[in-house]
Design a protein around this ligand. Structure first.
Ligand code: PXP
Length: 245
């Protein structure tokens, strides 16, 4: 079975928020992204709501026909939101309130009892749980004891090394994925995955169930769409000129 692609639509909300109003429309974007074949939609509401707003989660819920993944730091406001929405999956991320983006996985040893408690609550409500992890083998062993269904491997280090030509950077991810699989954990991955590195990553990670991709996918869509849209504008402008002649 091939790896599922879950598109993180936070960046679409960021663009919308930069202007006020509702363009681009994140709900319509989610509908279209699913129509185009993506197998999931991811959102990452942060307490300051600078990307996706809590309201968006409610608006998106009825239109998600694929897998809905909500990720974030399990503070009370987040836990309450997830329990109300009941998405397919919740991904727990230890990001600070002011972090530009997630920048580390969990220390599952220090946070073991906290994670065990929140994970039990989500699972009681039928929500699949995943925890964001670095390739630290002791932390992955402890992750298995929290009751989590899956881990999401934090791929920033792989992505930056791969860009420099260091293919060996995949090795700790292979080791972590093998250990996780032996412990009965499913494997997701995300952060800085892109058209450049996704195939190499997916080829090397056994049983990769899902990748969630936001920043690069939206940036690539922008670049790959520019020529088409510029031609559409030129066509409209040329039509006006022709009508005036
Ligand atoms: N996974 C997690 C836990 C994240 O926080 C993010 C970024 O919000 C992603 C995946 C996606 O990362 P990127 O935007 O670099 O594709």
């Amino acid at each position: 079975m091939s790896t599922k692609l879950s598109v993180n639509i936070n960046k679409i909300a960021t663009l919308r928020n930069s202007r006020g109003g509702n363009t681009p429309n994140v709900v319509q974007a989610a509908i279209d992204i699913q129509e185009f074949g993506a197998q999931g939609i991811t959102i990452h509401p942060r307490p300051d709501e600078r990307h996706i707003k809590y309201r968006d989660a409610y608006d998106l819920q009825p239109v998600i026909t694929t897998e809905f993944n909500i990720e974030g730091n399990p503070i009370k406001k987040f836990v309450d939101l997830v329990l109300k929405i009941k998405p397919t999956q919740v991904t727990l991320v230890p990001d600070a309130v002011d972090a530009i983006t997630s920048n580390a996985g969990w220390d599952t040893i220090v946070n073991q009892s906290f994670l065990t408690e929140v994970i039990a609550e989500f699972k009681k409500n039928g929500i699949r749980t995943s925890i964001f992890m670095d390739t630290n083998l002791s932390f992955i062993e402890a992750a298995a004891k929290t009751g989590a269904d899956r881990i999401e491997l934090y791929t920033e280090e792989f992505a930056s090394q791969y860009e420099l030509g260091n293919e060996k950077a995949i090795e700790p991810y292979i080791e972590s994925a093998n250990l996780a699989a032996n412990l009965g954990l499913g494997i997701n991955a995300g952060h800085d995955l892109s058209l450049t590195n996704i195939q190499f990553f997916a080829q090397h990670i056994p049983n990769l169930l899902e990748v969630s991709i936001g920043h690069a996918l939206i940036a690539e869509s922008l670049y790959l769409g520019l020529q088409n849209v510029i031609n559409m504008y030129l066509y409209k402008l040329e039509n006006v000129q022709a009508a005036n002649e």
